[in-house]
Design a protein around this ligand. Structure first.
Ligand code: HEC
Ligand code: HEC
Ligand code: HEC
Ligand code: HEC
Length: 321
C-alpha cells in the first residue's frame, strides 16, 4: 500500500505536477511518507561494514554522545521551545531532533546517519539488494530486473547516490543550510538568535571528501577511493544546484534579518560557482532557481566533464572536513 502510494507520488513528481508537501515527503531526512528509520547498526552494518567503519569516524556519529554539545544546546532549545511549544530538551524537541538525530522507533538513537542521507529504509531495504530471488546473484541478475529493482527501491524512498546525487545533496543542504522543509521560519530564526551556528559555507566536496568519504565500489572493502577531478567537478556543481534551490526556498520562509542574510550568502556562493558553467540549462536554472529547473540542469550535465570550468574552484584536500 505504502509502496503504491510512494510510486504514484513519484510519478506525479516526474510529470512535473506540483504537489503540496512533496518536498517534505522526499527530501526531509528520515521521513519518506510513512517510511521510518531502521538504524545503521541494526540494519546496514551487517552488509556494509566498511561504510559503517567510516561512519563511526564522523562528527555525525560522535555528536550523539557529546556532552559539550548538550551544554551548548541548552539555551538554544529553551528559546525554540517557547516558539514551538515543544520540550526544552534537544533530544525531545522536534526542531533539534530533525537535524541532529536519527529517530528509530520514535526515539533518538544516533546522530545523523546512513538513512539521513540515503532515505529512511523501512520500505526499501529489502528491495535494494534483491537480485531476483534467493538463487540469483549480482552477476546472474537480468538487465530488466536490475532496472526494476533500482526503480522500485527509489519509489520506496531510497536515495541512490549514483542516480540521485541531487537528492542526497538536497538532504545535506536542508540540515546544513538551516533550511529543513519541516521547520518554520520562526523556529529557524529563533535558533539563530539564541546562538546556533549559521554557516553559509556548506559545500559538498569539502564536507564529504574528508571524514565522510565512503566509496568502496566496485565492491572492494579495502579501497576507499578518492574522486577523480571529473567526478569531483560534477559533485561540486550538483551540490551548488541543490544549495541554490535550498537557499531560495528557505529565504521565502522568513523576513528575519540574520536568517535572510545567511540564505542570501548561500545563494550568492552557489551562483558564483555556477556562473562558471556554460551549459544552457544551468544558466536558465540560475535565472530561475526552482527545484524543477535544478533537476533539468542536473540532467543536462550528466556525463560531461566540467573540470575545465570549475576544476580551479574545487576545495583543497587540506581543507576537507
Ligand atoms: C542484507 C544485506 C544488505 C543490507 C542489510 C543493506 N544493504 Fe545496502 N546494499 C546491499 C547490496 C548487495 C548492494 C548492492 C546492490 C547492487 O548490486 O546494486 C547494496 C547497495 C546499497 C547502496 C547503493 C550502492 C551503489 O551501488 O551505489 C546504498 C546507498 C546502500 N546499499 C545503503 C544501505 C543502507 C543505508 C542500509 C541500511 C538501512 C543497507 N544498505 C542495508 C546489501 C545490503
Ligand atoms: C536545520 C537543521 C538544524 C536544526 C533544526 C538544528 N540544528 Fe543544531 N546544528 C546543525 C548543523 C548542521 C550544525 C553544525 C554546524 C557546523 O559546524 O557546520 C549544528 C550545530 C549545533 C551545535 C554545535 C554548536 C557549536 O558551536 O559547536 C549545537 C549546540 C546545536 N546545533 C544545537 C541545536 C539545538 C539545541 C537545536 C534545536 C533548537 C538545533 N541545534 C537545531 C543543524 C541544525
Ligand atoms: C552524510 C551523508 C551520508 C551518510 C551519513 C552516509 N552516506 Fe552513504 N553515500 C553518501 C554519498 C554522498 C555517497 C556517494 C559517494 C560518491 O558518489 O562518490 C554515498 C555512497 C554510498 C554507497 C555507495 C558507495 C560505496 O561505498 O560502496 C553505499 C553502499 C553507502 N553510501 C552506504 C552507506 C551506509 C551503509 C551508511 C551508514 C553506515 C552511509 N552510507 C552513510 C552519503 C552518505
Ligand atoms: C539530518 C541532518 C544532516 C544531514 C542530512 C547531513 N548532516 Fe552533516 N551534520 C549535521 C549536524 C547536526 C552536524 C553537527 C554535528 C555536531 O557537531 O554536533 C553535522 C556535521 C557535519 C560535519 C562536521 C562539520 C565540521 O565542521 O567538522 C561534516 C563534515 C558533515 N556534517 C558533512 C555532511 C555531508 C557531506 C552531508 C551530505 C552528504 C551531510 N553532512 C548531511 C546534520 C546533517
Amino acid at each position: 500500500m505504502m509502496r503504491k502510494l510512494m510510486k504514484s507520488v513519484r510519478l506525479l513528481q516526474v510529470a512535473g505536477i506540483a504537489l503540496v508537501g512533496y518536498i517534505g515527503l522526499f527530501s526531509a531526512p528520515a521521513t519518506a511518507g510513512g517510511a521510518h528509520n531502521l538504524g545503521p547498526k541494526a540494519s546496514c552494518m551487517e552488509c556494509h561494514e566498511p561504510e559503517y567503519e567510516v561512519y563511526k569516524g564522523t562528527q555525525h556519529f560522535k555528536s550523539f554522545k557529546s556532552k559539550e554539545h548538550k551544554k551548548k544546546g541548552k539555551k538554544i532549545v529553551k528559546a525554540v521551545a517557547k516558539v514551538n511549544g515543544g520540550k526544552k530538551n534537544m533530544k525531545r524537541n522536534k526542531a533539534c531532533a530533525l537535524c541532529h538525530f536519527t529517530i528509530v522507533k520514535k526515539k533518538p538513537k544516533y546522530g545523523p546517519s546512513c538513512e539521513s542521507c540515503h532515505g529512511a529504509a523501512s520500505e526499501w531495504v529489502e528491495i535494494h539488494n534483491d537480485y531476483g530471488g534467493k538463487d540469483t546473484k549480482a552477476d546472474t541478475e537480468t538487465a530488466e530486473h536490475k532496472v526494476k529493482r533500482h526503480k522500485d527501491a527509489a519509489a520506496a524512498g531510497m536515495i541512490w547516490p549514483r542516480t540521485a546525487l541531487y537528492e542526497v545533496a538536497e538532504n545535506c543542504n536542508s540540515c546544513h543550510g538551516l533550511a529543513h522543509p519541516d521547520l518554520s521560519g520562526d523556529e529557524l530564526s529563533t535558533m539563530l538568535d539564541a546562538g546556533h551556528p549559521a554557516k553559509a559555507d556548506f559545500e559538498l566536496i569539502q564536507y564529504f571528501n574528508g571524514s565522510n568519504r565512503h566509496r568502496f565500489y566496485p565492491p572492494n572493502p579495502d579501497v576507499n577511493q578518492e574522486m577523480t577531478k571529473k567526478e569531483a567537478s560534477t559533485m561540486f556543481v550538483v551540490g551548488h544546484i541543490a544549495k541554490l534551490v535550498s537557499a531560495t526556498e528557505a529565504a521565502a520562509k522568513s523576513k528575519h534579518e540574520k536568517f535572510t542574510a545567511m540564505q542570501q550568502k548561500r545563494a550568492d556562493n552557489a551562483k558564483a560557482a555556477l556562473s562558471k558553467v556554460s551549459i544552457a540549462a544551468v544558466k536558465a536554472f540560475v535565472k530561475k532557481p526552482t527545484r524543477a529547473n535544478g533537476l533539468k540542469a542536473v540532467d543536462a550535465i550528466k556525463g560531461k566533464d566540467l573540470s575545465g570550468e570549475v576544476g580551479s574552484m574545487l576545495p583543497k584536500k587540506s581543507d576537507y572536513k
